[in-house]
Design a protein around this ligand. Structure first.
Ligand SMILES: CCCCCCCCCCCCC/C=C/[C@@H](O)[C@H](COP(=O)(O)O)NC(=O)CCCCC
Ligand code: ADP
Ligand code: CA
Length: 583
């Protein structure tokens, strides 16, 4: 007891405090700091409660952050900073900002006690908060505002929360990935990217690669169970699509993301590994897309100078090209009793499907991750089961581990997909007329069901293989073609016996297709595909029967791939989408 001004016992701290000229009764219990207005007749009025887990910092005096300002104060004052939820914009997620209340205490002793008690509560009840972070800024991502966003909006918050940061402004692509793979990371409790999905992908590759190196696990073997990664990744959105941030937080807002990082939120994420023959090509968390999305990316790379608008421009160009691509898709279905891509549910913060999946994904683990490493080989290969085969001509073939919602598409590629259920959604859009495809695309921007169209199918799966169709090969490739045809036929006859790599990379001779931009295309013999993957010509000079894969915004150097999902492989400083609609 400090005079009679403050009561402290083992479960509660209480005293009178003033906010402006109003008197409040303030109390701190194990989980909440609350203050209740007391009117002139000593009646209790409105109460404000802040969970201790959402307190960002406590400062002596009267302070303002953003812009930083020291106000006139006395040694009776302290300022509390905490998470404040704002009304949502036009998205489902909740925008967070920094709430601030300045309190005046009856004496200096009481002020010092409040500061001590609040800081102790923070330490005791928020053990998962990071204290030291490694930050990578891509100065060229999105609208090239990464450095400004970090220094003006994010760094003051980290400082307030007592987080020390080592900041690397990248000078080349893959610098962040290589840093994480090779440098000493002792003392860092997380890595943060300031940039878009490409930058996030770099950090994720670094974190997964480093974790596998340390655990002695081969990333190339698609049947192996990868070691789950402890080092958390945070995303400060400053890119073009920012899909991973949007789909895991619900909004693309640097302050909201910084606050999730500060309070140490933790969201597991499924990751797809993409293999070609016996080599790992890439990991993906958002979209692995062939056909339309591959072409949009290839076209957009030539217009990077447009910034985020390059995707809209390229989207229109590619749509007008009106392409369809032959292929053979095989998939391993996921357990349909758990969930379905058409069950109309949404994966939100605290999702039941995702938390129940943990048990299924790591059946023999307790919460300590070291257990995972002891006996990984005893778990299933992830590629067992009966493969389902679908053959045809497709507008696009897309795979997504999460909804892949983004500002362009607030419900995403697969609105009912889950962030951490160990499954991926396979979406097949078959050849259709341009109006049909436009309807499909347009439904991504509304609440209408994009799967309720006769030429669209969606499957919840564990793994996918994609093969090119044989035929129409260039003459000089006849020997190769014979080989291709025979292995393709083998897939159809007995899919399980064939190793993905058995079908050699094929070359395709064009067929004639009608381009919506006008002219009937000439039959063009394709250049060698390897070259074409990287040098993608403008809309109507591109050979038409083979597309490229877009893997989280990067073009893959192979067309025939095997994708396999690894449930809850990485962890983000996020909590999933906090639904602000109350639905
Ligand atoms: C008539 C209206 C058409 C609107 C179509 C909307 C379809 C949107 C689906 C978006 C899925 C996005 C999946 C995420 C992809 C990103 O990883 C990737 C790279 O992002 P970044 O590094 O931030 O640049 N972005 C893309 O591939 C862009 C796809 C745009 C498709 C129009
Ligand atoms: N300093 C740099 N110079 C050039 N490329 C970079 C640099 N830093 C990162 N990159 C690469 O830029 C790509 C795009 O970055 P990203 O931040 O995702 O922006 P955007 O969303 O606009 O595509 C990433 O794949 C990343 O590897
Ligand atoms: Ca998933």
């Amino acid at each position: 007891m400090i005079g009679k001004e403050m009561e402290i016992d083992s479960v509660r701290v209480e005293s009178s405090l003033w906010v402006g000229n109003k008197r409040f009764k303030a109390s701190l219990s194990e989980w909440y700091f609350s203050w209740t207005e007391i009117d002139k007749r000593n009646r209790e009025k409105k109460t404000v409660s802040v969970p201790v887990s959402e307190v960002i910092g406590v400062k002596e005096g009267r302070e303002e952050i953003q812009p930083r300002k020291k106000l006139e104060d006395s040694d009776l004052d302290f300022t509390l900073f905490y998470v404040k939820r704002n009304r949502r914009g036009n998205t489902r997620g909740t925008l967070w900002s920094l709430g601030r209340t300045q309190f005046c205490c009856p004496s200096r002793d009481v002020r010092d006690q409040w500061i001590t008690q609040l800081r102790t509560a923070l330490k005791t009840h928020s053990p998962s908060r990071p204290h030291r972070l490694l930050v990578f800024i891509n100065p060229f991502g999105g609208k090239k505002r990464g450095k400004q966003i970090y220094h003006s909006l994010v760094s003051p918050l980290f400082e307030l929360a007592g987080i020390s940061c080592h900041v690397v402004v990248t000078e080349r692509a893959n610098q962040a990935r290589d840093y994480i793979l090779k440098k000493d990371l002792t003392g860092f409790e997380g890595v943060i990217c300031v940039g878009g999905d490409g930058m996030f992908s770099e950090l994720m590759h670094g974190v997964i690669g480093r974790t596998q190196q340390e655990a002695g696990v081969s990333e190339h073997n698609p049947t192996v169970m990868l070691q789950p990664c402890d080092l958390h990744i945070g995303i400060i959105p400053a890119g073009s699509t920012d899909c991973v941030c949007f789909a895991t937080v619900g909004v693309n807002d640097p302050v909201t993301s910084a606050l999730h990082i500060i309070i140490g939120d933790s969201q597991p994420l499924d990751v797809c590994s993409v293999h070609h023959k016996s080599t790992l090509v890439k990991y993906s968390v958002s979209m692995v897309g062939y056909g339309f999305y591959g072409d949009v990316l290839a076209e957009s790379e030539r217009h990077r100078w447009m910034g985020p608008l390059r995707y809209d421009y390229s989207g229109c160009m590619v749509f007008l090209c009106n392409r369809n691509y032959p292929g053979l898709v095989q998939y391993l279905p996921a357990d349909s009793h758990v969930s379905s891509p058409r069950d109309n549910t949404r994966c939100l913060a605290g999702c039941r499907v995702c938390s129940e999946s943990k048990e299924r994904l790591f059946p023999h683990s307790d919460s300590s991750s070291s257990l995972y490493s002891t006996n990984l080989s005893q778990y299933s290969s992830g590629l067992e089961g009966e493969w389902v085969t679908i053959e045809g001509k497709f507008k696009c073939v897309s795979l997504t581990c999460m909804s892949s919602s983004c500002p362009r598409s607030p419900t995403g590629l697969s609105p009912s997909a889950h962030l951490a259920d160990g499954t991926v959604d396979l979406i097949l859009v078959r050849e259709t007329n341009p109006l049909g495809f436009l309807t499909y695309l347009h439904r991504h921007t509304t609440t209408q069901d994009q799967f309720d169209l006769p030429f669209v199918e969606v499957h919840r799966v564990r793994a996918v293989r994609f093969f090119l169709q044989p035929g129409e090969e260039e003459e000089e490739e006849y020997e190769e073609e014979t080989e291709i045809e025979s292995s393709f036929e083998r897939v159809l006859e007995d899919p399980d016996k064939l190793h993905t790599g058995d079908i050699a990379n094929s070359q395709s001779k064009s067929t004639s297709q009608q381009c919506l931009a006008g002219q009937e295309r000439e039959t063009v013999k394709s250049p060698r595909r390897k070259k074409r993957n990287f040098v993608c010509g403008p809309c109507c000079t591109k050979p038409p029967s083979v597309s490229v894969w877009n893997c989280d915004g990067e073009i893959l150097p192979h067309t025939e791939i095997l994708c396999r999902v690894h449930g809850q492989l990485v962890r983000l400083f996020a909590r999933g989408i906090e639904d602000s609609t109350g639905a």
